[in-house]
Design a protein around this ligand. Structure first.
Ligand SMILES: NC(=O)c1ccc[n+]([C@@H]2O[C@H](COP(=O)([O-])OP(=O)(O)OC[C@H]3O[C@@H](n4cnc5c(N)ncnc54)[C@H](O)[C@@H]3O)[C@@H](O)[C@H]2O)c1
Ligand SMILES: [Zn+2]
Ligand SMILES: [Zn+2]
Length: 384
């Protein structure tokens, strides 16, 4: 089958790989119909996630058709059209029981933090992902969800990650009615977080990035105030000034390890890989939230130590919350929001690219060319 193949930092290509096979009674084999590239894939692509092995296929945002089922999967049938949450979760361990499906203890038992994630290095469990014609889905009786009748497949694929992650970013912010919410990052996740902030009762939403076409998009889509940090001078002072010098009630980091904006962080975190990424957006979030405020972190950082202004967290009495989104927990509510038109995630998809052109797709998304917000790879069998 055709599959994306990681050859080392900044080098991915399309290749032929053996078809995945059922390895366990709870497995399914899914024929992929859509597979997005995510900001999280850029951490792998750039070489900042430990143990990303040459030969791995990325891709954790997948829709497809069930082709084969292990004997232990009773809730799906061959031919079902499914959306597959990015977390691989057993559904039974102590963490899954608490609906912490991003922290499953069984699907990535070598790791102490994150559970298994499709196509996300051996740190994420070593599972091949879905930027391919077929993907093996473990614990298929837990994660995959039949796409509701009438739902646009482009909406469905956005429900595998971007929608739940944006929603959970807002949820973890503990937004109270009337709150001022600042979202760092106008990528798909930040855009969705800004949109969802309103659902929790925000009174004002501000988005910060340095890519103008994304700021323009989020300004209309969320809708919100949107600022290019390059034109603000000191971002923290700007945010303080615009909030009567109090600071925002809630700040959301939807940037993570690839953050731009501060030379020292970029050198330490992105060039020398001496910390788990560049923590520039997180610095800004901590320093521009008000005393007693909440910083919600969905931006991904590597497992090693990262320099953050922890003294300010203590002295300001802040609450920091973060996690991988718990997709399965949120799906029922978010499917309803999409069906009722409260959320329109397919609007973020700007590029439909044949799977065979995966290396171009990474280049376009990574370099933010051609006004790209969210690219979707379409395998040959889903194009006819
Ligand atoms: N926690 C989760 O479950 C989860 C799920 C999906 C993605 N993520 C993470 O969320 C983050 C965003 O994902 P995405 O797909 O939107 O990625 P993306 O790369 O498309 O977007 C990131 C945006 O941040 C902007 N940016 C860079 N430096 C900035 C700074 N200092 N301040 C403000 N903006 C800055 C970039 O210009 C870009 O538009 C990534 O770190 C990704 O790994 C987390
Ligand atoms: Zn993703
Ligand atoms: Zn589990």
């Amino acid at each position: 089958m055709l599959a994306m193949n990681f050859r080392g930092p900044l080098r991915v290509r399309i290749d032929h790989k053996p078809m995945p096979e059922i390895q366990h009674p709870q497995d399914a084999i899914v024929r992929v119909t859509r597979s997005c590239i995510c900001g999280s894939d850029l951490h792998l692509y750039n070489g900042s996630v430990p143990d990303t092995r040459v030969g791995m296929t990325f891709g954790h945002e997948v829709t497809g058709v069930v082709e084969e089922l292990g004997a232990g999967v009773g809730n799906l049938k061959i031919g079902d059209q499914v959306l597959v949450p990015f977390n691989i979760a057993c559904g039974k361990c102590v963490f899954c029981q608490q609906e912490l499906y991003g922290n499953c203890h069984e699907s990535n038992s070598q790791a102490t933090a994150v559970g298994g994630i499709f196509g996300y290095s051996h740190t994420g469990g070593g599972y091949d992902g879905g930027q391919a014609e077929y993907v093996r889905v473990p614990y298929a009786d837990v994660g995959p969800t039949v796409i509701p009748e009438g739902m646009d497949p482009d909406d469905a694929v956005m429900l595998t990650d971007v929608v739940p992650t944006g929603y959970q970013a807002a949820e973890m912010g503990g937004i109270q009615p009337g709150d001022t919410v600042v979202v760092f990052g106008a990528g798909p996740v930040g855009i969705m977080a800004a949109r969802c902030a309103w659902l929790f009762g925000a009174g004002r939403v501000i988005v910060i990035d340095h890519v103008d076409y994304r700021l323009e998009f989020v300004k209309n889509y969320a809708p919100c105030e949107a600022y290019n940090f390059k034109s603000l001078g000191d971002v923290v002072v700007f945010l303080k000034r615009t909030t009567d010098w109090m600071g925002a009630d809630v700040c959301i980091d939807a940037v993570g390890a690839e953050a731009a904006g501060r030379v020292m962080q970029t050198i330490l975190g992105r060039k020398l890989l001496m910390q788990g990424g560049s923590a520039t957006a997180l610095h800004w979030a901590i320093n521009s939230v008000k005393k007693g405020g909440i910083v919600s972190i969905v931006g991904v950082y590597g497992p090693i130590d990262t320099l953050v202004p922890i003294g300010n967290v203590v002295n300001k009495g802040l609450t920091l919350r973060g996690n991988q989104a718990s997709v399965k927990r949120l799906l029922p509510r978010l499917i309803e929001h999409v069906q009722n038109g409260i959320l329109d995630p397919k609007a973020l998809i700007t590029h439909r690219i044949p799977l065979e052109e995966v290396s171009d797709a990474y280049r376009i998304f990574s370099a933010k060319l051609d006004n790209c917000i969210k690219p979707v790879l379409i395998p040959p069998s889903a194009r006819s």
